[in-house]
Ligand binder design. Structure first.
Ligand code: NAD
Length: 235
């Protein structure tokens, strides 16, 4: 069985109504990323940062997975343990669509952790009558379980192993600008994978791609998934 790895970015959720950075000139829902996605931003204005993540969390609950997300659940059904999905997204839509082999490398809106004792709590369990939710274990300030700029993404060791052992890397809806994810294509390519991307615009790391399909994930991903299943079988 061929090993198939998928890397997704904000573009795959655009057709679910969640905006990407590039849509809005490098702003995240009208905020500068350093204000809402950095430890310094949180230290400066924790109330603003919590208001931002509460709104992002609610938006993610209101959104529905789109045909591209569902195509990836079919890919996992067919390829089982030979399938892995690495996402830079924090919206939880891959898991809601039914994928289980998901590495949420930038964290998840659905969880929070204490900035003092690091104990984790589901965002749905937080007491939002307080402007900054307080840790029920130690009284510290809770923060969103999001990897902010300047912090180390999750699962980097596991991801490196996956990339070195994959036959295909499918890169969907990502600008190829944000590292380290933008460099994953190089690792996969050096270790012999075929690299394929779908994006509205040409990604920055185009030269490492064997195939690039310009267009919308919701339209193109189901077709690519059908071909992979047809050609490489799976279950
Ligand atoms: P990005 O905003 O840098 O790039 C998204 C890319 O998707 C753009 O190149 C754009 O042309 C493309 N795109 C937009 N709509 C598309 C569609 N329908 N089909 C195909 N491509 C489409 O996003 P990124 O590269 O993922 O990195 C930015 C960071 O932003 C990530 O780390 C992520 O954590 C964070 N972010 C996440 C979400 C989310 O969870 N949905 C949303 C915004 C930002």
């Amino acid at each position: 069985m061929k090993n198939i790895t998928v890397l997704t970015g904000a573009g795959i959720s655009a057709e679910s109504g969640i905006r990407t950075f590039r849509d809005s000139d490098g702003l995240w829902e009208n905020h500068r990323v350093e204000d809402v996605a950095s430890p310094q931003g949180f230290a400066k204005n924790p109330v603003l940062v919590w208001d931002f993540y509460k709104a992002r969390y609610q938006q993610s609950l209101d959104a529905e997975p789109n045909p591209a997300h569902y195509a990836l659940t079919r890919l996992e059904e067919h390829f089982g343990d030979s399938f892995n999905l690495i996402t830079q997204n924090v919206d939880g839509l891959h898991i809601r669509a039914g994928n289980t082999r998901v590495y949420e490398m930038h964290g998840r809106l659905a969880m929070a952790f204490c900035s003092s004792c690091r104990s984790k709590t589901a965002t749905s369990e937080l007491d939002f009558s307080q402007k900054i939710p307080i840790c029920t274990t130690c009284g510290g300030n809770m923060r969103a379980d999001i990897v902010w700029f300047g912090e180390i993404p999750y699962y980097l060791y596991e991801i490196d192993e996956i990339l070195k052992n994959t036959d295909f890397l499918l890169i969907l809806g990502t600008s190829g600008v944000v590292y380290p994810a933008a460099g994953f294509v190089m690792t996969a390519k050096i270790f012999g994978a075929t690299t394929i991307a779908v994006n509205l615009e040409e990604p920055e790391n185009r030269r490492y791609l064997d195939e690039f399909y310009p267009g919308k994930c919701g339209e193109l991903v189901p077709q690519i998934v059908d071909k992979l299943i047809q050609n490489y079988g799976g279950r």
